[in-house]
Design a protein around this ligand. Sequence first.
Ligand code: NAD
Ligand code: GDU
Length: 340
Amino acid sequence: MSAGPAILVTGGAGYIGSHVVLALLDAGLPVVVLDDLSTGRAEAVPPEVPLVRGSTGDGPLLRATLRRHRVGAVVHLAASLVVPESVARPLGYWRNNVANTLALAEACVAEGVTRLVFSSTAAVYGIPDRLPVDEDTPCRPINPYGASKHAAEGLLRDAAAAHGLAVVALRYFNVAGADPAGRAGQRTAGATHLIKVACEAALGLRPEVAVFGEDFDTPDGTGVRDYIHVTDLAAAHVQALRHLAMGGDCAVLNCGYGRGHSVREVLRAVERAAGTRLPVRLAGRRAGDPPALVAANGRIRSTLGWRPGFDDLDRIVAHSLAWEGRLRGTGAQLRRGLPR
Ligand SMILES: NC(=O)c1ccc[n+]([C@@H]2O[C@H](COP(=O)([O-])OP(=O)(O)OC[C@H]3O[C@@H](n4cnc5c(N)ncnc54)[C@H](O)[C@@H]3O)[C@@H](O)[C@H]2O)c1
Ligand SMILES: O=c1ccn([C@@H]2O[C@H](COP(=O)(O)OP(=O)(O)O[C@H]3O[C@H](CO)[C@H](O)[C@H](O)[C@H]3O)[C@@H](O)[C@H]2O)c(=O)[nH]1
């Protein structure tokens, strides 16, 4: 794609958004970020990228941003995304993930923006009957986070049919890792994601890692997830935009490797990478957690020509650990011997 109208990245100051921004810049595309910095960080946005501070729920701000930056397409990542928090605070999730996505869709339609890539999630599937789960599997979310993302997919599908807003919804499985060159990573304070938590524990920044349930119907009883490297995921966004720019059809695409790892396997990988034993505590199941989620990824391969570059748990963990070390100023020791 040649440089043309800008790509608006909502949530571009967040973990995945900052990697999407890098992937777009690497592809030579002009980018503008809109972020309310509720969980994101201004320093995650490269200095050459304009950062509009505000909410996706602010219609006038959205419309002014689309106009001022001559936005041609949107990547919509801004959301609330912690499963147990969504169980405790469902209405905030419906507001941010549904009402604010509606405001964004309205602004796009009003300003004539016709292409949007949406961050959806494997949480829309709930507890699927069969694994790996493909995109035609009925969606039966089991927590408000998944339900709100499923509803947002629905409103975008209707906007696509009626208003010509072409949408690719990417259903991410479990995103982990960090930019291999060390330019970005997961900065969120108090993160709850397993690999980040385990890396922090390996660096002595947390007293322990809790294993949420050992009585699932999985090979070792712990939860199984399909962990995808954030750099592979970011590349999928560039390819989805390219697909839409070339007149490709709307699509819903799983983003995962098609292979699951248990909590125990992840913890062993972190121990290998860090060269230390983790303090582990067995805890009960966490509200809203399905036993296993693994992606069927044939559709993203055939639709976008997407191919994974980092499909290896040890590399994902090594990149997460290297980033965590860099963030805490201990990178010098950790970088030694890590795979790129
Ligand atoms: N991390 C995962 O494993 C995962 C898995 C599936 C889907 N997702 C989806 O990926 C997207 C990004 O997640 P992330 O892990 O980078 O989280 P994150 O919290 O790091 O990023 C979210 C960003 O959106 C911003 N934001 C939130 N609400 C906003 C609003 N109303 N207006 C403007 N900005 C707002 C936050 O400040 C933050 O910068 C989300 O849509 C999430 O649902 C993440
Ligand atoms: O301290 C922890 C954290 C997690 N887990 C377990 O590790 C697995 C992964 O949990 P994460 O919190 O890392 O991720 P989730 O699977 O809950 O959710 C993530 O992936 C989902 C899709 O699979 C959604 O998209 C969601 O946004 C995103 O947070 C689960 O079995 C969970 O119970 C632990 O045992 N201990």
